[in-house]
Ligand binder design. Sequence first.
Ligand code: GDP
Ligand code: MG
Length: 166
Amino acid sequence: LNLQTILVGDSGVGKTSLLVQFDQGKFISESFTSTVGIDFRVRNDTSDLCEPSCYSLCIWDTAGQERFRSVTHAYYRDAQGNLCCLCSTSPRRAWLTEIFDYAQKDVVIMLLGNKSDMAAERVVKMEEGEKLAKEYGVPFMETSAKTGVNVELAFLAIAKELKHRA
Ligand code: GDP
Ligand code: MG
């Protein structure tokens, strides 16, 4: 079973960090490299969701910049799952709108409010994330790629839902 997921959100919200945390269990704070175009990681799970091993979760990491937008759009079509990463600096509903515009109709969406470790400094508060999620009828989760809080949970929740629907 091949599950395709795509991570979207503004540049700098922590998409790549979330993916690295999920994939390698660590936070790479210093090596800030802007994702160019699109990148992906595959996680083959043997135990968490089913036995014997029967799914692989492929997560596409995208660049938030406008110039890569058309590339990203092409990937929406193939993704069954969509993790929308909420910007921590400005409230952007644009990403959710875009998902609904470009993704498959029955796509699984989850809104993440990342950088929960620095919640006090965040411009987008948790309540705003919750409100936005409610408005679009999608689940919301606060994550931290730095501490690892909810990262595994968020990705596996998507995988579980996708597997359930498959
Ligand atoms: P992307 O552009 O969405 O892929 O964002 P990055 O993963 O490259 O992260 C942008 C910056 O935010 C980097 O300096 C990261 O170290 C930092 N960052 C990412 N996630 C977190 C987090 O959960 N907490 C904190 N404090 N910093 C984070
Ligand atoms: Mg990135």
